[in-house]
Design a binder for this molecule. Sequence first.
Ligand code: LLP
Length: 463
Amino acid sequence: MSRSAHPAGPRHADVMPEGHYTAPPADLNALDPKVWARTVTRDEDGAVTVGGIGVTRLAEEFGTPAYVLDESDFRARCRAWADAFGQDADVFYAGKAFLSRAVVRWLKEEGLNLDVCSGGELTCALDAGMPAERIAFHGNNKTAEEIERAVTVGVGRIVLDSFQEIARVSHIAQRLGKRQRVQIRVTVGVEAHTHEFIATAHEDQKFGIALAGGQAAEAVRRALTLDGLELIGIHSHIGSQIFDMAGFEVSARRVVQLLAEVRDEHGVELPEIDLGGGLGIAYTSEDDPREPHEIAKALGDIVTRECEAAGLATPRISVEPGRAIVGPTAFTLYEVGTVKPLDGLRTYVSVDGGMSDNIRTALYDAEYTVALASRTSDAEPMLVRVVGKHCESGDIVVKDAFLPSDIAPGDLIAVPATGAYCRSMASNYNHALRPPVLAVRDGAARVIVRRETEEDLLRLDVG
Ligand code: LLP
């Protein structure tokens, strides 16, 4: 997933032909600001601190494993996106990356909107006070109950994903005496350069309605005739963890082409386009993500240019970044339990979490880095694999990384860039208790999602 280069490393290279590791960094104690949240640094004793609080104190007070989120970094990233896109565009944070009621309040305060994709996310958003008109409701198979609720509370838009749903939402809205603002999600036929499971704009997958073969044009035709719908625009999301702007540009161009066709056929200029989320972040030092202002400029330029060429007024643009906002703002703090050197291979460092708190390595072959967090060390670098405590050999958190060779049980280690799609995809595999999310800011830490307890597990098991 990461674009990290994979040259042979200096240790065990002869027995590790498939190694994904780079050479050890010049300074193992250094924390690359690209992959760590903004307030992360080391204190005078060498321990990692975030928001002015050291990890040892966090571990003592809240236990491990724990997701540690830098609140001021989260808020700063929200503002950077909002400022980059300005008054004439809308930024919807994609709640699937990580959602909690505290996060919803931060979004609200920082002026962002919210994309939800299930009844559960909608409940969280509304409960924390996000105004319904600032919510977009997504999903390829929303239930009738979810649609009814979304229409009843008055979400700002429902993104329609199939012909059945076009009819279903209109029917429900009419029954409720409402006219629902909707967008149609189209697949533009772009092969996004990312993992197959998170690419969404090629034709052979479950999301959206294809532009190819006139299907999207037919969807617009139907939506425009239905009384329960107010069609406000077209939506395209091409995939996730993407670095290359070319895919977004092709997508924007094709969406504008559809707007022009709609104008020619129906005499209607749809006022909005949504270009989705998907912007990549740095999981390792090899990744070079784009800044929000570069993305805003690239997308704004292409849409303006294409609209001018087609004689269309420029529509209002919206985007839906999830990972790019929350991903870099958190790290996972683990305690080392065992250190097992495998002669001639590598050393396995086992932590007190694993695939239940970060499934991304097992699922997408994702790359992460790791740092010794409770202290610094001058010991030689050692090639390690950081693994969890689950009953599965694929239970890997960090495939290949370097840690100091004196790493020992009781040390705290931290894996950066785990803010997105880690807690939100966490599981109870092996009856693991999902870790808490700690928000740290200005020298204060608070739990925003508490650690699960064994009582929580038993509560669901009705015996
Ligand atoms: N908008 C739509 C319609 C989406 O489907 C998604 C992500 C986003 C926005 C936000 O994408 P982001 O900016 O966060 O990349 N579990 C995978 C990622 C799945 C993304 C699903 N949709 C992972 O861990 O990489």
